[in-house]
Every structure is written in structure tokens, then in C-alpha cells.
Design a binder for this molecule. Sequence first.
Ligand SMILES: Nc1ncnc2c1ncn2[C@@H]1O[C@H](COP(=O)(O)OP(=O)(O)O)[C@@H](O)[C@H]1O
Ligand SMILES: C=C(OP(=O)(O)O)C(=O)O
Ligand SMILES: [Mn+2]
Length: 540
Amino acid sequence: MKNIRVIKELQDLGITGYHEVSYNPTYEELYQAEVSHKRKGYEKGAQTDTGCVAVKTGIFTGRSPKDRYIVKDDITKDTIYWDDKVNFPTTKEVWDDLKSLVLEQLSTSPKLYVVDAFCGTNADTRLKVRFIMEVAWQAHFVTNMFIRPSIYELETFGEPDFVVMNGSKAINPDWKEHGLNSENFVVFNLTEKIQIIGGTWYGGEMKKGMFAMMNYYLPLKGMASMHCSANVGEKGDVTIFFGLSGTGKTTLSADPKRYLIGDDEHGWDNNGVFNYEGGCYAKVIDLSENNEPDIWRAIKRDALLENVIVDEYGEINYFDHSITENSRVSYPIYHINKIVLPSKAGHASKIIYLSADAFGVLPPVSILDEDQAQYHFLCGYTSKLAGTERGITEPEPSFSPAFGEAFLTLHPTMYSKTLIGKMKEHNAKAYLVNTGWNGTGKRISLKNTRAIIDAIINSEIDAAPTRDIPFLNLTIPTALSGVSEGLLDPRDTYKDKAEWERKAKDLAARYIKNFEQYTNTEEGKRLVAAGPSLEVPVLN
Ligand SMILES: Nc1ncnc2c1ncn2[C@@H]1O[C@H](COP(=O)(O)OP(=O)(O)O)[C@@H](O)[C@H]1O
Ligand SMILES: C=C(OP(=O)(O)O)C(=O)O
Ligand SMILES: [Mn+2]
């Protein structure tokens, strides 16, 4: 019965023709389809000795931000953050052409997967999303990553709030005439409430696509919408970790001492912090059981590995980077032992900004006051790490407002206003943590970073002796338990301290220049004093 209704609904969308439709397939069905001898090319997965399937995602092993558009129309023209780096506008005419391509692709497919799922834990803010696609592992990916409705919730699902039509096998031959970046496209239409995808097979476009939509709807209702992971302690204390891709959200939120809320996308409303997702998406580059035991153990049947090298015996080599540095695994959140379900908890008391500093200048941890918290959130200084976006092959310093510019659909100040409002209301404290490099030329070790995170969470850091760091205008603790000596002051990691100073001044100048975009308001002008400065500090 359900299938007949779904087929009718597909027809109403314009997906015609005859196809077998698999509605909310089970993990077993997906597994069988993925390893079936009938599958070819990138549709075929490999069995691994962990019990889960490994697939290759094709040419696209990361998101493709330059191919990402939003239809500029009456609904979006005055609300969307049209910027020269994100949210490229396109027209209704181009949309119609691209949508036809996707409809044709899906209409001629012998088999379609339709997955209904939720984005958002809470009934009052979640999006009911319908994903339509022809590749089994894409259906597997969204089943892992979004919130799986119960049978009752599926029966009462009703009309979706958003539809994602993934026609990844279709490319756009007319991209030049359309004024687009390439033959690949990821386009959102907020009037029709549809996302369409062509050319790229990468599942992250669906995951981060719906995140961008939550980033649109929730702040307009006064809620914070955040690119962060979150966990909660036994006493109900919530910590959130903001950070761009690869800075450590997933790794650091999987903490055996705490319960995971989620690893990437959260909202903060009047009741507390809540996850948007039903799964995690972890990097597996150089993964070891010793360094990341929770993630290691989550890789079992129903998880889905992407772009790793698997030998003929099903053994995975996480140290082989030959496909990409962005090798990944997605798994349903219950693959992590310590979780809270539903994925939500109370208000956050500790806010951590993770920044992977490629220059090696930022201290491993700085204690921020309220204005600094706002300043550094708007700046979002970090690096784009290799592999997560097309064309990024080595760490590239970047200012990414709200530590997630690629996913912001409203102006950055909407996110800082809502977050800082919540922080003030709940007396939360903010810290800037460098999970990137220092003067040794190496990345700060996970062991040291974990000890820093512990000191933040157990409040040891608030009682620690401190020192001010010139130019960056940051305050650091000078000693913390479990953290190697000579690490906390970044200057101590340089053989030649003058080199740190030169680099720090360069970074300070970049901060100052970047912040100019916010100084057209009184608030912005006031915040300048909270940021880095080129003035030579007065010694006292
Ligand atoms: N000091 C560190 N802190 C956090 N992660 C680190 C550190 N050093 C190396 N890493 C590695 O960096 C990657 C962080 O990725 P991940 O946690 O998936 O980031 P995100 O979830 O923010 O995209 C992991 O592969 C982790 O092993
Ligand atoms: C999937 C992504 O998330 P993250 O790397 O932040 O975990 C991404 O940025 O494409
Ligand atoms: Mn992550």
C-alpha cells in the first residue's frame, strides 16, 4: 500500500516511468544491494573484515562548494547571505532546466530508493525530509546520517517539508549557457522546498545540504543553529565544539567519560542543545584503535566506509591516502556506546572553538571573555584541511564565520547573535583551542588536546595561572594537568622566538583586515578591541 502511495507521490513530483521502488529499505536490503554482483562501477561496494561495506564515491570525494547554488526569488532575495564565497545565486529558469535533467534521470532508472527521515531531534523544529535516489549506498548514507523514524512516525509522516532529488548520474551539458561553474550542480529552491543534485555522487551534499536549510529556518525563529559537536557529562553539563571540517569535532566529542549528543550539527533552543542528525560521519585517515577507540569500534555492520583501500581479504588500510585524505565512515549514532537518546540535553556551559591553525601561531588553548567569544566566532579563523572540499590539497588558512561559512544561509551576525544570546543567558564560557600546528612544524598531539579539553570541562583551566599573548590579544593558562610542558605558550615551541612574532603579526593583520566587514555597526566597531592588534605591547 505504502509503495503505491509513494509511487503516486513520485509521479506528482514529475518522476514518471516504471521503476521498482524501495521505500525506507532495511540495512540488510541495502547491504545485499551494495555487494551484489549485478552492481558495477562506483555503485559496487567491497566487503571488509569489519563486517561493513566500503564504497568509492567517484570523482567527488568531498563537497563541491563552487557548484552549489540557491535559486534567487521572492523568498530568498532578501534573506539569504549572498556572498562571493557561498550561496551562489541562480535563476528559476536555470532551476527548471536542471530539475528536468534530474527528473529525467530518475524517471528512467529501473530502481529508486526513497528514504523518509528527520533532520532535527525535536518535533517542533525538525524537517521531515524525503530523499530520492538510485544508488543504494547513497540511501545507506542518508539512513545512517539522518534520524530514522519509528514505524509509527513513518506511518504518520505526512507530506515532507523538504525533498532531495539526487540524480548524481546526470550532468548538465549546458552549464556554460546557464552561467554555472561546471557540469555538476547542487541547487536549492526554498520556494519549492527541493534540493537537486547532479554530477557529484558525494553523500555529504545531502547531509550538509539539509544542515544549510536548518541554518536558514532555525535562527529566523531565534534559535542558535551551530556547526558543532556536543556531549554531556554525568551531571548534565553540556560542552559544544565548533569547528570547520577536520578540526576535531567528531574525534574530540567521542569521549569515553561523556555521553555523545552528536558530532556535527546542533540547535540550541529554550530547552537546551539538540542534534539534527541520527548518525556520525568520522574521518578515518590514519585511524587507529589506540588513538580513537570509539570510532574504531563503530566500524561494524551497517556502517559505511568511503574511499578507503581494502585488500582482497577485506582488510582496510587506513594509512593509504591514495584515494583521498577525506576517507570517511558513516554510522548510526548507536554505534557509539555512550550516547543520549533522543539526542539532546540541557543548556551548554562550555563552548569550545576548534581551530586548526596551519601557521602554527595560535596557542593550544586560550580563555575568551564575552567580547572575544563573539569576535572569534565571527572570524572563525581556522584552516581548510585537505580533501573535504574539491581542490583543497593542503591546509589552507581561512576565515570561516561561525566555523561553518560554507553552510550559512543567513548573514553571519544572525548566528553570532543567537549563540552569544544563549551563552549569556546560561553563563557559558568560551575557549579557543588550536588542534593544528605549532612551532615544531607538527600537529599538536591528540593526547595533549584531549588533556586540554578535560581541563576545560572539569574547570581546572579557570583556576590556572594565566599569561597574555601579545598581538593575538589572547589569555592562556600556563600549566594544565596532563599537558606537556613547553606547549601552552606557542612561543616556547619556536627555536627562534622572533619567527613566532613575525608570524603572529602577520596573522594579526589578517584578522584585522578580515574583521573590516563587520565594522559598519556600533557593535562591530566595539568588538575590534577584543581582537588581535599590531600595537607593540607595553611590558609591565
Ligand atoms: N590535536 C588534535 N585534535 C583533534 N584531532 C586531531 C588532532 N591531531 C590530529 N587529529 C586528527 O584530525 C582529524 C579530526 O577530524 P574530525 O574529528 O573528523 O573533524 P571534524 O569532525 O571537525 O570534521 C582526525 O583524523 C584526528 O585523528
Ligand atoms: C561532511 C562534512 O563534515 P565535517 O568534516 O565537518 O565532519 C563536510 O564538511 O563535508
Ligand atoms: Mn565530523
